[in-house]
Design a protein around this ligand. Structure first.
Ligand SMILES: *Cc1c(COP(=O)(O)O)cnc(C)c1O
Length: 423
């Protein structure tokens, strides 16, 4: 185990990290169900679903079998001029389970790229209608949409370090983040800044992009479905497309198959990723309203200008199909409810701790928000000592376990949070 850690330190960069530091790194030997097995033989209960993605846990026999079969058939072909069954079947399924007006699917490799694609579609939609000036995005503060330049430009200016990349970033319009919590009463005051920006700048704005109901990596904030309905109405009034980024919330995490169903509120473009393949392979999808798709295709330059090399990779689409089948065949609503109740009860003692500002739960997402940023180098090893895998950031300790987690394992997770934060 010491050897691989040493080798890792010599050649690898990890997400949001520096090289040459003493920050802990844990080598995984294997993973099955909700357990990660480390190379020293110890086991950790996974509370992160590998960043929202491994909703069925690891090493699932059904997804394994589907992939084994697909690999014997075709692992990859270019998608320019060619097609295949896994892509057609997955797109058909995605169209079937999302709002009826979303009729066309564009596959890409990662969530960030799905967001870039959505933004480019919105710009091309207006360009095709002779309105090239409608090319900016409107979004809300505290959002997170990915790490590529377009996605960064609509992520929170402070968390996203806009100052650092200022020269390369398009400047976009930022409205206030919603202040009404999920169960709070919405008032028009909540969308006042959205309305003010739209009124003044709608001629320049192609689309409003936001994460419905749950703002993820930008602060793990939950907000009222009424806010979304108000945003939809404002977009209609000011001729601005609406893009929902459900890369984190999609596939059941909030208690609905898609967070937009809490309204329901229907976007013109929808981004999916993360749990799309059950955490097996990298794949994302941008779903588009029929009028947007046909307008882009009918106008100048006559095509949508994007095409990733690994677009609609057959293995990834196959994993997506198997994962979706597993989800839809499972009692996922009950599972989410049970996890929700377990998180609420299990995390409640954290409210008594002086350093804790708020504890909140929505669906299978549990959040303990501190007053001050946590020190990852201190907390991470303590969680591991307690047998769980959690990766807090900034002022947040958050849990989004695989849907298959048992009550006992969930209790171990929440107990570890209470113990570590109390120590
Ligand atoms: C993770 C995430 C992204 C970016 O996805 P990647 O696959 O990491 O590029 C975009 N939007 C939201 C809401 C996310 O949670």
């Amino acid at each position: 185990m010491e050897t691989i850690i040493k080798q890792d330190r010599q050649v690898l960069w990890h997400p949001y990290s520096a090289i040459g530091t003493a920050a802990s790194i844990y080598p995984v030997a294997s993973a099955a169900g909700v357990r990660l097995k480390l190379m020293d033989g110890s086991e950790l209960i996974d509370g992160m679903s590998s960043w929202w993605s491994a909703i069925h846990g690891y090493n699932h026999p059904k997804i394994n079998a589907a992939l084994n079969k697909q690999i014997q058939t075709v692992s990859h072909v270019m998608f320019g001029g060619l097609t295949h069954q896994p892509a057609v079947d997955l797109a058909t399924q995605l169209v079937a389970i999302t709002p009826a007006s979303l009729t066309t699917v564009f596959f890409s490799d990662s969530g960030s790229v799905a967001v870039e694609v959505a933004m480019k579609m919105a710009i091309q939609y207006w360009y095709a209608q002779g309105q090239p000036n409608k090319s900016k995005m409107l979004t809300i503060r505290n959002g997170y949409h990915g790490d590529t330049f377009g996605a960064m430009s609509v992520s929170d200016p402070v968390n996203g370090m806009h100052g650092l990349f200022a020269q390369g970033l398009v400047s976009q319009f930022f409205a206030d983040a919603p202040q009404c919590g999920f169960d709070d009463t919405y008032s028009d005051q909540d969308t006042a800044s959205v309305e003010a920006i739209l009124e003044k700048h709608h001629a320049q704005i192609a689309a409003f992009i936001l994460e419905p109901i749950v703002q993820g990596a930008g602060g793990m904030r939950f907000y009222s479905p009424r806010y979304l309905s108000a945003v939809r109405a404002l977009c209609d009034r000011y001729d601005v497309l609406l893009i929902f980024d459900e890369i984190a919330t999609g596939f059941g995490r909030t208690g609905k198959l898609f967070a937009l169903e809490h309204g329901p509120v229907i976007p013109d473009i929808l981004c999916l990723g993360k749990a799309l393949t059950g955490g097996y392979l990298t794949l994302a999808a941008t779903l588009v309203d029929q009028k947007v798709a046909t307008t882009i295709s009918a106008g100048d330059p006559g095509v949508f200008m994007h095409g990733p090399t690994f677009m609609a990779n057959p293995l990834a689409c196959c994993a997506g199909l198997a994962s979706l089948q597993l989800l839809l065949d499972s009692p996922w609503q009950q599972r989410i409810k049970r996890i929700s109740a377990g998180l609420a009860v299990g995390l409640a003692p954290c409210r008594q701790l002086p350093q804790v500002k708020d504890v909140r739960v929505l669906g299978a997402i549990g959040v303990v928000e501190m007053h001050e940023p946590i020190v990852m180098e201190t907390l991470q090893p303590l969680f591991v000592e307690n047998g769980v895998w959690l990766r807090p950031f900034n002022r947040l300790v958050y849990l989004m376990p695989p849907y298959i987690i048992s009550d006992t394992d969930l209790k171990t997770l929440t107990n570890a949070v209470v113990t570590v934060l109390s120590s």
